[in-house]
Design a protein around this ligand. Structure first.
Ligand SMILES: [Fe+2]
Length: 186
């Protein structure tokens, strides 16, 4: 990795939260890279995916997540946009968009309005292959400290997404068709 992503994470997180975000980031990066290699993406793009997967949850440092000892007060759903702010501040605008666009299979403007989410009114869905791959990989890993490296079964991911609508499951199924081969090799 050309950039020191661990140093960036260490400048915003400490203790158990840092350990969880680093371990979770490595799990997501591993699966995302397996998917990206299967698609024969260029080496530079693999580097970006590895870095952005490690950094995608950096925004949790500004939320309330008692289980990880985080008491920064903001609602958890905001960790995407907060991560974007942090990485833009670090001079990483492209990595920043991965933070904003990784919630579920991506939040549409309609999702934000209808669910009354405390988020700015704009589309927050993945817009390029790398953003899609990281969003896909993240769905398979929890930030539960006891299960960080345990990949969730596909059916469990589908059931969780189904609670947010059939359109979410359709997006996931389409990603499975494109990236799912990585699950066996990751
Ligand atoms: Fe994540």
């Amino acid at each position: 990795m050309s950039m020191d992503v661990i140093a960036i994470l260490e400048s915003h997180l400490t203790g158990e939260a840092l350990r969880v975000v680093v371990t979770h980031g490595r799990a997501v990066a591993g699966l995302a890279l397996a998917a990206a290699r299967g698609l024969a993406l260029p080496e530079a793009e693999l580097g970006f995916i590895a870095e952005a997967a490690m950094l995608h949850d950096i925004g949790v440092c500004r939320v309330e997540l008692a289980g990880l000892g985080l008491h920064a007060g903001q609602p958890y759903i905001m960790h995407g946009i907060l991560g974007r702010e942090i990485l833009e501040g670090e001079g990483l605008p492209r990595h920043a968009l991965v933070c904003e666009r990784h919630i579920g299979v991506g939040l549409t403007l309609d999702d934000i309005v209808k669910q009354g989410l405390p988020l700015p009114l704009r589309d927050m869905t993945p817009q390029c292959l790398s953003e899609e791959i990281i969003c896909f990989a993240d769905l398979f890993f929890s930030k539960d400290p006891a299960r960080l490296e345990q990949m969730k079964p596909v059916e469990q991911v589908r059931v969780k997404l189904a609670a947010f609508g059939a359109d979410k499951v359709r997006i996931f199924d389409a990603w499975m068709a494109r990236f799912g081969a990585a699950l066996g090799s990751g």
